[in-house]
Structure formats: C-alpha cells, structure tokens
Write a protein that binds this ligand. Structure first.
Ligand code: AP5
Length: 212
C-alpha cells in the first residue's frame, strides 16, 4: 500500500506514521527526518536546508524531490511506503506523480489529519524529539524514562523550529502552500479526512478504519 500523510505541523503525522509502518510493515519516508539527519551530519544538503528549516520555511522543491526520488528507489519501498511530510506543494505533487508513473505505481490513500490550530500550537510547544530516530514525545505520549528515547536511549531535544515564532511561520507555509494538496488528491477520490484529536490510540484506530 502506498500512502501519504497530510496535515499541518503538530497534527501527529510522525507519531502515527511510526505506529502504522510498524503495523503494516512498510517504511516511513519522512522528508523532515531525512533533512534533520542531513543537518546533524553537516552534509552539503544539510548546510543548504538548515537556515530555511530553522526559520520554519520550506526547503526548495527540487532538493526535496531529489531526496524522495532516491528514497523510493530503495528495495525497502517495493511493497509500499508511507510518505510523511511530502508532498507539500503542488509542484512536489506533480513531481511525485511522475516518479510513481515511472515506477508503474500510484498513491492508494491520502490520510488528511485534521486538528484545530490551538491544539497544534499547544502540542508543538511541549514536544521533545529523539535526535537519532525522530520519535516525537509529548504530554499524552511521554517516554518511559523522562527525557530519554524509549527506542534507543538518546537524550530527547526540543526542535529549533518549535519556537513559537517558527511555529507561526510553519502554519503559514502550511495554509498557503500545503493545504491546497487535499483538493489535488480529492479529485482522485483517495483522500480520507481523519480527526486527529483524541488519544494516540484512538487516532490510530481511525486511520486503520480509513484505510479499509
Ligand atoms: P517536518 O518534520 O515534516 O515537520 P511538520 O510537517 O511541520 O510536522 P511535525 O513533525 O512538526 O508534526 P507532526 O504532524 O509529525 O506531529 P508529531 O507526530 O510530531 O518538516 C520540518 C521542516 O522540514 C519543514 O518546516 C521544512 O523546512 C522541511 N521540510 C520537510 N519536508 C519538506 C518538503 N516536502 N518540502 C519542503 N520542505 C520540507 O506530533 C506533534 C506533537 O504532538 C508531539 O509532541 C506528539 O507527541 C504529540 N501528539 C501526537 N499525537 C497526539 C495526540 N493524538 N494527542 C496528543 N498529543 C499528540
């Protein structure tokens, strides 16, 4: 199954993507996680992306399209994949269509996570993330040991783009560039809106139902 998770910053895309990929046995392709790793490793890609990400702005389409095209070439994606954070603009969606056409496949479902802005802002202000595996933690999904990732024992950190002024910029980028994508995919009948408010377990069950 080939899936896209759409939704504003803080909607719970990463949280649910990690659960769903474990459940369905398909990889999560998170452009945000890939870019953060490149920044942490100080690669040329990371150097280009860092200032934009820290400011809450989108990285140029051609850079992100290249990352996804390369990731989709991996044998891990042969049985399906979950795109988390991509596409985010209409040109990215058009580029994705071309990548999938070349590989003879298509998007089966787009899960559009719907969460009110005040809830997004509250969630992002309390988020801590594992710098190694990208797992997000929050008030409703705390780590077993405070400040430490359950999966790999790394010390959790706050993301620089979760500062309030950057969150405002990210929400603006979402509203002006990414929200248009629901219309793009709705025309194909593959979009399912999912209420992202509730416990992490409740939202997961709604997503599973939406995939049927
Ligand atoms: P990216 O990493 O994709 O960030 P985002 O889309 O802004 O999404 P977030 O990771 O902030 O939120 P999420 O929806 O995954 O929520 P989460 O599960 O963490 O992108 C970062 C940056 O990279 C961009 O700004 C851009 O610069 C660049 N970039 C990436 N992709 C790009 C692209 N395609 N094009 C251009 N640039 C790109 O949850 C949030 C919090 O809520 C956590 O604390 C979590 O524990 C908590 N939570 C989750 N679910 C619940 C629940 N049900 N109840 C209560 N709390 C919950």
């Amino acid at each position: 199954m080939n899936l896209i998770f759409l939704g504003p910053p803080g909607a719970g895309k990463g949280t649910q993507a990690k659960r769903l990929t474990a459940r369905l046995g398909i990889p999560q392709l998170s452009t945000g996680d890939i870019l953060r790793k490149a920044v942490a490793d100080g690669t040329p890609l990371g150097q280009k992306a860092k200032a934009l990400m820290d400011a809450g702005k989108l990285v140029p389409d051609e850079i992100v399209n290249g990352i996804v095209d390369e990731a989709l070439a991996s044998s891990a994606c042969a049985k399906g994949f979950l795109l988390d954070g991509f596409p985010r603009t209409i040109p990215q969606a058009v580029a994705l269509d071309e990548m999938l056409q070349r590989r003879g496949c298509k998007i089966d479902r787009v899960i559009n996570m719907v969460v009110p802005t005040e809830v997004l802002v509250e969630r992002l202000s309390g988020r801590r993330t594992c710098p190694k595996c990208g797992t997000p933690y929050g008030k409703d999904s705390p780590p077993k040991k405070p400040g430490i990732c359950d999966k790999d024992g790394e010390k959790l950190v706050a993301r620089p783009d979760d500062e309030p002024d950057r969150v405002r910029q990210r929400l603006l980028e979402y509203a002006t560039k990414t929200a248009l994508l629901t219309g793009y995919y709705k025309a194909r009948g593959v979009v399912r809106d999912v209420d992202g408010v509730g416990t992490v377990d409740e939202v997961e069950e709604r997503i599973i139902r939406a995939l049927k």
